[in-house]
Ligand binder design. Structure first.
Ligand code: 3HC
Length: 686
């Protein structure tokens, strides 16, 4: 039984009991509907509804979304609660999301625990509320708040819910408090469905539409949610419900919802692999080496997760810089209201910066985040090895360098693992955990355990130049530079990728990170680059011109006064010049050509990464591309997108491109194999 009922004199207690999060599947719906009839039959004076464990209810069971709807349907259950002559009280003991919030809104009264949250996050799964949420929320909190909560999908805390009028009270023990509610007072509360809808205010709707166009203009669900809310303002309640339901059912089977659900479950499945034979090392004190942006970002993430952190720098100036960088992050978190003053102080108290490696003597993990140089990194590992316990884990945050070469400098290379964070490290969710040839299961388990503690999404990667994410990025940029040299401009390339759904194109994003990083990589790769592979020299010309990106006021774009980007004709001319030197005639690419080339280059490389077992699954590549590189989440990640195009169609397009340049467009053996047997990339296991 996923819903339990009991009565004490004339009070009924109904509890949703569906671990782990009380998702509302068919059996919960049936249990709740039965409970409505049970309470009416016993002529109870109230029903107190709560959830077992730490949630009230996490919403409809999204695993059922791929099935045909099963009876009883949630809107019928919710309506039965709202229209029952027995008043229900929602004792919101923990998160009440989606369908969980819709059930709570159908109750006559809502009492919430201080740490609980309530919200309608359906748009994050590509659907709109489908059980009356678009109709009941505006009646309870007004049009402005309802539009905001539904179209952005962000849940709110207890205080905000009280201020909005969504709940009646905040109490430590909502069930006990629900018992104390005066019966007459309860009887006077009008059922939610009988409340009048807010006035149809066109200007408020227009504002919501433009905010939605700015923040999520590619996504269908937020727009359709606003439509459903607007229609409900002029329709009777029971006429508006089917409009909402039809939209919900339509979106549920659409490509965006499928993609968003794929990402939701992929991120939840990203856990320590079940073949790890050793447990993680317990971590209290962690050392970070290097106090630049990355090092201090990592340090803050560790502090935020409760660790004690010592940051090691080379000299006093480095220590001062690290202290300042960390203070800035703490200050910014406090100013944004993410932490209290006491929490800010606590983080500061658990942090120390020093030049003395002896301070690492009791730490079981060190993460080096120093300059990308093998020499620098091996020196750091040698010093850490001298001072740290012999079984401590040594992690490197390198983005490209060979971890096996690094590990060879310590007596026990099994202690060495890659922990590749993404900047800003305290914000970005992705963590690539890189397994060297000799990395122990304990080192890997420690990495996965740390990711869980930091609430990051871990992905296991093998050793190669750039691991998963940066290796794909290198091909993306190569394809962009080729398109640029052969006929386009950086702004046309950027526009095409933004139109596809990236928050910014490859050139604007490189201006942010700095062109010097990629330049250093190109020089490192000079010795091993295939001499027959076409090399696009434009980025090198940019370095010669001192155009390193935003930090120098100009990169692919100019940033006059350090502000917004401006197209730069000098940059556009570089392509004309280089094409002239190379004797190439430039062509006009339409946005679809540009997109196609950049995406196919990435898909081809990602297939190789999977084929070579650098990534364990297509799903892991989806996580990396979405969480670390801005690939549109609503397309479900690079490989999910590739499968949606169909591998056979991809191979046909690559064959055409390979005629132009057989080396750059050499087709991945995995793509060929999938095309041959009609399987998908998602089916493939390394
Ligand atoms: N359906 C199915 N499974 C769900 C689920 C849901 N709505 N919500 C969570 N789960 C599962 C997860 O997949 C995970 O399963 P696993 O252990 O097998 O990997 C398990 O519950 C625990 O989830 P998390 O790892 O996410 O646990 P957290 O503690 O980090 O977060 C949470 C808990 C805040 C509830 C978070 O899971 C969450 O945000 N869930 C989704 C909420 C949501 O979007 N609800 C709306 C659903 S759509 C809807 O209700 C339609 C309606 O209007 C008709």
């Amino acid at each position: 039984m996923n819903v339990t009922t009991r009565s004490e004199s004339d009070v009924g207690y109904v509890e949703i009991d569906n671990a782990p999060v009380n998702a509302i599947g068919q059996s919960v719906r049936q249990g709740l509907l039965d409970a409505v009839h049970w309470a009416e039959k016993l002529r109870l004076t109230r029903v107190i509804l709560s959830g077992k464990g730490w949630t009230f209810a996490a919403g409809a069971d999204a695993r059922e979304f791929d099935l045909a709807p099963l009876e009883p349907h949630l809107p019928d259950v919710v309506n039965a609660i709202d229209e029952s002559f027995v008043p229900w009280i929602a004792a919101i003991n923990g998160v009440a999301l989606g369908g969980g919030a819709e059930i709570a809104m159908a109750c006559r009264m809502r009492i919430i625990a201080p740490a609980a949250q309530i919200g309608l996050p359906e748009v994050t799964l590509g659907v709109i509320p489908g059980a009356g949420g678009t109709q009941r929320l505006p009646r309870l909190v007004g049009l402005v708040k309802a539009l905001e909560m539904i179209s952005f999908g962000k849940p709110i805390g207890a205080q905000a819910a009280l201020a909005a009028g969504l709940v009646h009270a905040i109490e430590d023990d909502p069930v006990a408090e629900a018992f104390m509610v005066n019966t007459e007072e309860l009887g006077c509360i009008v059922p939610t469905w009988e409340l009048p809808a807010p006035d149809h205010d066109q200007s408020v709707i227009a504002l919501a539409r433009s905010a939605c166009a700015r923040k999520s203009h590619h996504q269908e669900a937020p727009r359709r949610a606003i439509d459903a809310i607007e229609q409900g303002l002029t329709l009777p309640f029971h006429a508006a419900l089917p409009v909402e339901r039809v939209t919900f059912l339509e979106l549920k089977t659409g490509s965006q919802s499928r993609a968003l659900r794929h990402m939701f479950f992929a991120e939840r499945a990203a856990k320590a692999p079940n073949w790890l034979s050793q447990p993680a090392v317990q971590l209290d004190h962690i050392v970070v080496v290097g106090g630049g942006t990355m090092g201090t970002g990592i340090a803050y993430a560790l502090l935020h997760a409760g660790a004690r952190v010592t940051l090691i720098e080379t000299d006093r100036d480095g220590v001062t810089r690290a202290l300042n960088n960390l203070a800035q992050i703490i200050e910014a978190s406090f100013t944004r209201g993410l932490i209290t003053e006491a929490e800010a102080q606590d983080r500061q108290n658990r942090f120390a910066a020093t030049t003395d490696y002896a301070q690492a003597s009791d730490a079981m993990l060190a993460i080096e985040a120093a300059f990308e140089s093998m020499e620098v990194k091996t020196q750091i590992f040698t010093r850490l090895e001298a001072f740290m316990p012999t079984d401590a884990i040594l992690a490197t945050n390198t983005s490209y360098l060979n971890i096996d070469e690094m590990a060879a400098c310590v007596a026990d290379p099994s202690r060495v693992v890659g922990l590749h964070f993404f900047a800003p490290a305290h914000i970005m969710k992705l963590l690539e955990i890189v397994r060297g040839a000799k990395t122990s299961d304990q080192a890997l388990a420690t990495g996965f355990d740390l990711a869980k503690r930091l609430r990051k999404v871990p992905v296991l990667a093998g050793v190669c130049d750039g691991f998963i994410g940066n290796r794909i990025l290198a091909r993306y940029r190569e394809a962009a530079d080729t398109v640029f040299m052969d006929g386009s401009t950086p702004w046309e390339v950027d526009e095409a990728m933004v139109e596809f759904g990236y928050p910014m194109g490859p050139y604007e994003s490189q201006d942010l990170s700095g062109l010097d990083i990629a330049h250093a990589n190109r020089r490192r790769q000079d010795a091993t680059r295939d001499p027959n592979r076409r090399y696009i020299p434009i980025a090198d010309r940019m370095i010669e011109l001192g155009k390193l990106g935003r930090k120098t006021g100009a990169g692919w774009y100019r940033y006059p006064g350090g502000k917004g980007k401006v197209e730069d004709p000098i940059v556009a001319d570089l392509a004309n010049e280089e094409a002239h030197f190379a004797g190439r005639t430039r062509t006009d690419y339409v946005p679809a050509d540009i997109r196609n080339r950049l995406l196919l280059a990435m898909i081809n490389e990602a297939a190789n990464i999977l084929y070579e077992a650098i990534a364990q699954s297509a799903r892991d590549i989806d996580i990396v591309t979405v969480s670390g590189y801005g690939f549109p989440r609503w397309r479900g990640g690079l490989m999910q997108y590739a499968d949606s195009l169909g591998v056979q169609a991809i191979v046909r397009e690559l064959e055409v491109l390979a005629k132009e340049d057989p080396i750059a467009w050499q087709i991945s053996p995995l793509l060929r194999a999938c095309a041959k047997d009609g399987s998908t990339l998602a089916d493939y296991t390394a």
